[in-house]
Design a protein around this ligand. Sequence first.
Ligand code: ZN
Ligand code: FE
Length: 269
Amino acid sequence: MEILRLRAFTDNYIWSLRHNGLLAVVDPGESGPVLDHLAQSGDRLVAILLTHHHDDHIGGLADLVALEDEKNPITVFGPAANHIPQVNRALQGGETIVLPEFGDEGAFQVIAVPGHTLGHLAYYRPGTLFCGDTLFLLGCGRLFEGSPAQMWQSLSALAALPADTQVYCAHEYTYMNLPFALAVEPGNPQLQARSVKLKEKISLGIATVPDTLGDELVTNVFLRPTQPEVIAAARRYRSETGGDTTLATPTEVFAALREWRNGYKPPTI
Ligand code: ZN
Ligand code: FE
């Protein structure tokens, strides 16, 4: 089984599982890259996994579902909460789904990760996490629908997965997240070391995604609201902006970091 990276729009990834000429795609925001791949490879699309209802993740659905016929059904997994018309396997989180065409590697745990949207799902199998717009390399999704408490709980659930898990997020946002991470935790030696490697990839135009959860745990500030340097930075931000500096819980530190990130203008790198 291979995991292909199909690029969409300017910075989206449509991660695609490929095995024996069969394909499953995650978050097809547009159909073109998938249709091009199918035409070039002769692969057949058998399943679509959706993490959430935003257009840049589901925009290609109608075109792709139109490829279905009686002999070649396409299973579309997605959040029940959003009533996406093409979804024929609605999920809440907590289920295990099986893509039989992909053998042992076709079973995924569905994890409810509300925050970016309320119905947001992540799909996990040992070694592989498709997490949409919840966890990004060195960042996390904006809170469009959920609360900081929900998002912190969701990120904590992902953080509890094995450290060698490869994080396949849906956007290449690392170049924007890196300056913020360095602003929050300039004294983190692991972040400094990782930033050298990431800057090199970014300057060469090489994809930074996927990378391991273990690397995220030690360098992604949104997974680190219990670290003294991160708490101190969040308090500094709040005092500079005239906000509440108490920040007694990880959720409150996380909320301050997310708020800071929303208004953060990265210096040009
Ligand atoms: Zn989104
Ligand atoms: Fe997105």
